[in-house]
Design a protein. Structure first.
Length: 237
């Protein structure tokens, strides 16, 4: 039973790939706009953009993303091409009632992820004065960014783009699942990546596009026809 309304709310959905591209582009544009005005606000805008991209890159929930530390990213010996960002260790995963947070390791799958994280940790995060602060996403006034700030920034960008309120921070996670399934990744792998105990939970997140379903149907129908023709030709021979 899915006890969280958010998981099965029919209004909630994943980003399309075009919407996701537009959302991230707007994040970057806002950083450039604020910085061009000579305002310090470009630093938190850059941080928040990286938070959104990281949530999608690893399919993490809001609190899982917020609670990441800099030390939670590391190498994956089986994915050397990702360098220092081949793996993300989630330490504050969603827990069952009465249990401590669940841990899981999430492997990097998108080739753009290392560039995003390297730029943040190497060039931008030090401006926050992070000596002694382990948080990946430090706050201007505290240890780490808060949920309210994440939500308000997301809503501002969503409304600026004219996107509907069926999209929320969790939609980045839904998009991660959906887009990997559409691109042919093994469903079991995706399930393990997002930390779902049951495949049925992953299926709720999967909002494959009508175009994907049409392509899948057409491929299987064409394969069936090809197999039938091959069998008939073999008999005729």
């Amino acid at each position: 039973m899915h006890v969280q309304d958010n998981e099965s709310d029919p209004k909630k959905r994943a980003f399309t790939k075009a919407e996701l591209h537009a959302f991230f582009a707007h994040c970057d544009d806002e950083v450039a706009r604020i910085r061009s005005l000579g305002r310090k606000g470009w630093l938190p805008a850059f941080r928040d953009a990286t938070v959104f991209k990281t949530a999608h890159a690893y399919g993490t929930r809001r609190n899982e993303t917020r609670m990441l530390d800099a030390a939670d990213f590391g190498r994956n010996p089986h994915g050397a091409e990702f360098g220092e960002f081949g793996r993300c260790q989630v330490r504050f995963g969603k827990a069952k009632k009465g249990s401590p947070p669940k841990r899981r390791g999430v492997l990097t799958v998108f080739d753009w992820t290392p560039d995003v994280l390297d730029e943040w940790f190497t060039e931008v995060r030090p401006y926050f004065g992070t000596d002694g602060n382990p948080a990946a996403w430090p706050s201007e006034r505290g240890l780490r960014i808060g949920c309210q700030r994440i939500n308000s920034r997301f809503k501002t960008y969503r409304e600026a783009l004219g996107l509907d309120d069926g999209l929320d921070f969790h939609s980045l996670r839904r998009s991660y699942v959906t887009h990997l399934i559409e691109d042919g990744w093994d469903p079991r792998f995706v399930q393990e990546q997002v930390g779902h105990e049951h495949a049925s939970t992953t299926s709720i997140y999967t909002c494959v596009s009508s175009d994907f379903r049409t392509r899948t149907l057409r491929r299987h129908l064409d394969d069936t026809v090809a197999a039938a023709l091959q069998t008939r030709n073999g008999r005729n021979a």
